[in-house]
Design a protein around this ligand. Sequence first.
Ligand code: SF4
Length: 196
Amino acid sequence: MFEELEKIKLECQSCNRCPLGKTRTNVVFSAGVPNSDIVLIGEAPGYNEDMTGEPFVGRAGQLLDKILASVGFDRHQNIYICNTIKCRPPENRDPLPEEKMACRNYLDRQLACLRPKIILLCGKVALTSFMETKEGISKLRGRWFNGPFGAKMMPIFHPSYLLRNPSHKEGSPKWLMWQDMKEIKRVYDSIKSDSP
Ligand code: SF4
């Protein structure tokens, strides 16, 4: 598994399948633990990610780490993090459909290697990459769907959205995220307790 992931990463590092290959500073391949049961898929690299080559750094990344820690997860111990595309779109715009399509093979191959039990679709770009739906993330977050390779898949809010909506009141996006994380942890724990 590790060799195949390294091979995919190397391919990405010399990839010019879409125009973002010309403007990136670094390919942003993944963070976290490859043999984790959970894969979190974000949107696209932003400025900080492009500079460091790591997904979810900067304020959104720090908030994500706090959210994960609230239920005992740690990106260095039990979660694998990647994005729908590996290179930063200019001005942090959403990736174009053709960019997502060009990059999709890498993500699919990552998932084929990892075979996670749980996939978290973090934000609307990740959601629409895996689900054909007209419903927004607010409607679909917190619900389990069937994902690739038999994974349980849940859309969740992106931390950037939570940064723009700081209220913790019941029913607020942050409060809903907290409910979703508790549900994810519950399912994770039951998967762990069923493992031989
Ligand atoms: S975004 Fe993906 S397809 Fe486009 S250049 Fe980067 S690695 Fe290649």
